[in-house]
Write a protein that binds this ligand. Structure first.
Ligand SMILES: [Zn+2]
Length: 345
């Protein structure tokens, strides 16, 4: 098969790159080759440089290619709406889609050259079949399409790969329903674009052949990757707990940033835990925003038709549900989908 042959050729080129070392000076022989510069924002809001070695960059890309290869085919037309500037994920996703043999439309996330209405036009014009974007982006794009009188479920989009934001299965299902598409997720951090990839059962498996992961205060807590704290909360299954797919790689559940998690009566409570409770309510659109202020979750949800919903009753039900299930306080704001872009978070 053509695809298999060309992929194999690419891997050979990759492996050759990994073993080739053009340097001659003996004194820097042991230093790893640097390949790519990026930045991440630390908890205080300051930019922090990250440099990936060639080895990290390529091995990361191979894992992402294998994962995307299970989701996309050569016939797919894929929109990549992930960050490009000073980050790794955009360049990574582009290369990976090309490796799979599909075509790519890179729109990024800045919204300047290709704001969402233009993207909707491109999706129609080029019969886009797959989106790689954050769950929030997929939800907002569906909301915008609906507000323009279009039905996202009638579009050509059939696959949505969510990256860049922790998301519960419940919200992922809601996004899939809005687009009538199957959804999948990938997990990475600003310094390691591919940390865990989805199996056929929808579980995220840690790339543990390449990364050493621990959880501080585990099994739920801050993810430590290769000895460095990531600022990200996760749950990591113990090594002896196997996913139904049979893979020996540990299952990782992203829980969002440590900054948006609080200590509840039974341990760490994250924004994703709150999200799971929130999406127990079937009338909500797939939009979701959550921030923690003074130990209280501030949640913003959206409904498609605000006139048809008793917002006060829904707000009380969600608050009560979060308190009952998680033992934490939540302030809930409900807006109409059309007002989402100006809603508080
Ligand atoms: Zn699995």
């Amino acid at each position: 098969m053509t695809t298999t042959t060309s992929l194999a050729t690419h891997y050979e080129q990759f492996l050759e790159l990994l073993t080739r070392d053009p340097r001659t000076a003996a004194d820097d022989r042991d230093a790893p080759l640097r390949a790519r510069y990026g930045e991440r924002v630390d908890p205080s809001g300051a930019a922090e440089p990250i440099v990936l070695t060639r080895d990290e960059w390529i091995r990361d890309q191979i894992d992402l290619t294998l994962a995307m290869g299970r989701l996309l085919t050569e016939d797919d037309v894929v929109v990549s709406a992930v960050p490009y500037e000073l980050s790794f994920i955009g360049a990574q996703v582009d290369r990976v889609i090309e490796m799979v043999g599909a075509s790519v439309i890179s729109v990024g996330t800045s919204g300047t050259i290709c704001p969402m209405p233009r993207l909707l036009g491109l999706i129609e014009q080029y019969e886009v079949t797959a989106l790689v974007c954050s769950p929030s982006f997929a939800a907002e794009l569906a909301g915008l399409a609906a507000s323009l009188g279009k039905r996202p479920a009638d579009s050509t989009v059939r696959t949505i790969v969510c990256v860049g934001e922790a998301c519960s299965t419940e919200r992922l299902d809601r996004i899939g329903a809005a687009w009538a598409a199957r959804t999948s997720a990938l997990y990475g951090t600003p310094s390691a674009p591919t940390v865990a990839v989805a199996c056929d059962h929808g579980a995220l498996h840690l790339c543990d052949h390449r990364l050493r992961a621990e959880v501080r205060g585990g099994p739920r807590g801050e993810l430590i990757l290769d000895g460095s704290p990531t600022g990200e909360a996760v749950e990591l299954w113990p090594a002896d707990r196997r996913c139904a797919c049979g893979s020996a790689s540990r299952v990782l559940l992203p829980l969002g940033g440590m900054a948006s998690a609080v200590r509840g009566p039974d341990g760490l409570v994250s924004a994703v835990d709150v999200e799971r409770v929130v999406f127990g309510h079937s009338r909500l659109a797939p939009h979701f925003a959550c921030a923690v202020r003074n130990g209280t979750f501030h949640v913003t949800c959206a409904v498609a038709d605000s006139g048809a919903v008793d917002a006060g009753a829904l707000r009380r039900a969600i608050r009560g549900g979060v308190d009952e299930a998680l033992g934490v306080e939540a302030e809930v704001t409900i807006v109409g989908v059309q007002d989402w872009s100006t809603a508080p978070s």
